[in-house]
Ligand binder design. Structure first.
Ligand code: ADE
Length: 324
């Protein structure tokens, strides 16, 4: 390798605004947030300015991420080459993603030394499936207090139907954004949505995410989320924005049932014949007929008959306006 090539490489690394020094991150190894396929997620703190502020240098970002909490997704230092490649691919996607309020945004990363780290916005309430299950006996029809501060002050830990609608709307907004950028998520499910302190829903886990033009999706069979998959994905591993819409319908079922496991009585191996027979998930008790109609529209057998995320978002917005 010549000197000039080496200098070139260093320049590339230096100009990657996302990279951060390891000593700027405190990893709280005693607070484990999750287990990834190729590593672990811990709670952490970023000292000083997070790289995201440099990357999106606008007034909006001015002081938002100083000394902030974060989630540190860490790759085992002994990870195999293909896990490492997938981890770097996920970081690459996060860089392309840009900022959206309903995505667990990347705050920075460490890839020039091991263990490699992906730092994400911290979500106080953790994953949505658990959030809902813990509150399944505390659903109210009254709209919740407006501000998170008011809520904290009154120790109000209930969830209103309007909150559930708002979660759905926020996720549809984030998915519309992802779709516009040409991404197919492929693993949209309540376990992969996070809830932050202000009750914002944030789409997380881009481990299975792909560019829509990259249709040659091959995946280790064991990792596929069978009960969230569209008919055509189960039949022939076809994934698209429309199969994400199917998963969104299942996610709406999870939300309105307060975290019920979909098709609890159906073995995974029987899912395809179950769906081909025209059977679908039932209406959760918190869902009105029209909300259930939205879910069902996501489960049309023909992908082309399913709505777009844009029309889902608009339809949900109308419900949100009506909900008092
Ligand atoms: N678990 C996985 N990612 C997380 C995050 N960003 N915040 C909180 N818990 C998480």
């Amino acid at each position: 390798r010549t000197v000039s090539q080496q200098v070139g490489l260093e320049m590339v690394m230096e100009t990657d605004l996302w990279e951060m020094p390891r000593d700027q991150v405190i990893v709280k190894r005693d607070i484990k947030l999750g287990n990834g396929v190729y590593g672990e997620v811990f709670k952490g703190v970023i000292i000083g300015k997070a790289p995201i502020e440099e990357v999106y240098k606008t007034a909006f970002f001015a002081h938002q991420y100083d000394d902030c909490e974060c989630a540190v997704k860490m790759l085992h230092s002994y990870a195999e080459a293909n896990s490492r490649a997938e981890f770097l691919q996920e970081i690459g996607f996060m860089k392309e993603l840009g900022f959206h309020p309903n995505i667990a945004n990347m705050l920075g990363c460490i890839t020039v030394s091991t263990p490699m780290c992906l730092l994400l916005e911290y979500a106080h309430y953790g994953d949505m499936a658990r959030f809902l299950r813990e509150r399944k006996d505390r659903v109210t029809t009254a709209p919740r207090l407006s501000s998170p501060a008011e809520r904290a002050a009154s120790n109000d830990d209930s969830v209103s139907i309007k909150d559930l609608l708002s979660f759905c709307w926020q996720i549809s907004d984030g998915m519309e954004y992802l779709t516009e950028l040409g991404f197919v998520h492929r693993d949209l499910a309540a376990r992969n949505v996070l809830v932050d302190k202000a009750m914002n829903a944030m789409i997380g886990d881009f481990g299975l995410c792909r560019k829509a033009d990259n249709v040659a999706f091959t995946s280790k069979a064991g990792r596929l989320p069978i009960k969230w998959m569209a008919i055509e994905s189960l039949k022939s591993y076809q994934f698209s924005t429309k199969s994400d819409v199917w998963s969104f319908g299942v996610l709406m079922f999870e939300i309105f049932s307060m975290g019920m496991v979909p098709y609890i009585d159906v073995p995974q191996t029987e899912m395809l014949s179950y769906l081909c027979a025209g059977k679908r998930l039932p209406r959760p008790k918190n869902a009105s007929l029209d909300i259930y109609d939205i879910m069902q529209s996501c489960w049309k057998e023909r992908a082309a008959d399913r709505p777009s995320f844009n029309s889902l978002r608009e339809r949900l917005a109308r419900h949100l306006e009506d909900a008092t």
